[in-house]
Design a protein around this ligand. Structure first.
Ligand code: PRP
Length: 185
């Protein structure tokens, strides 16, 4: 798919839906190997993470629980301020469980470090992180994903669950947003 499909608001397609599906299957295999015989609690971060979860979740084998948490980082439309707010907590107890967080992107790392701290206080057996995308250049805290789909450059990406002002989440590919879209605001 080219940006001719999407029009001028999209500069280019960075990662196609097909590439994502292939990578999600590889990550699921890795996770299955690492957690063989161990029950797992998947914690998906709403909202963006839910799209990646849908490609990953049914490929996981064994005893797998699923729960959702909603967090919001304040800031402008394209940058985060570092202040994270808990919008919806888990319904499932975490104590003694192997937790795997599913996220769409690690950017500054502030959302994830907040969540890891929150969950760690509930005494899980382990906490690991699986993120489809990782933008290491933007990191403000020392945090790494245990399972990472793609490392990407510092460009503003949308699609496959990622938004700009709540738009573009439904694009099937990960796309670079034309800077003119947010410069105009
Ligand atoms: C985005 C993204 C991550 C977070 C990453 O969520 O889904 O949760 O920002 O940024 P960070 O590493 O700089 O903290 P957002 O708050 O935009 O919520 P959304 O998923 O509902 O769009």
């Amino acid at each position: 798919m080219s940006n001719a499909t999407y029009g001028k608001e999209i500069s280019k397609v960075l990662i196609t839906k097909e590439q994502i599906e292939k990578r999600a299957a590889e990550l699921a295999e890795e996770i299955n190997r690492d957690y063989e015989g161990k029950p797992l609690l998947i914690v998906c971060i709403l909202r963006g993470g839910a799209i990646f979860l849908s490609d990953l979740f049914t490929k996981l084998r064994g005893d797998v629980e699923l729960d959702f948490i909603s967090l919001s980082s304040y800031g402008s439309a394209t940058t985060s301020s570092g202040e994270v707010k808990l919008i919806k907590d888990l319904s499932t107890p975490v104590e003694g469980k192997n937790v795997l967080i599913i996220e769409d992107i690690i950017d500054t790392g502030l959302t994830l470090s907040y969540l890891i701290e929150l969950l760690s206080a509930r005494k899980p057996a382990s906490v690991k992180l699986c993120s489809l995308l990782d933008k290491p250049e933007r990191r403000k805290v020392n945090l790494q994903g245990d399972y990472v789909g793609f490392k990407i450059p510092d460009e503003f990406v949308v699609g496959y669950g990622l938004d700009y002002n709540e738009k573009y989440r439904n694009l099937p590919d990960i796309c670079v947003l034309n800077p003119e879209v947010y410069a105009a605001k």
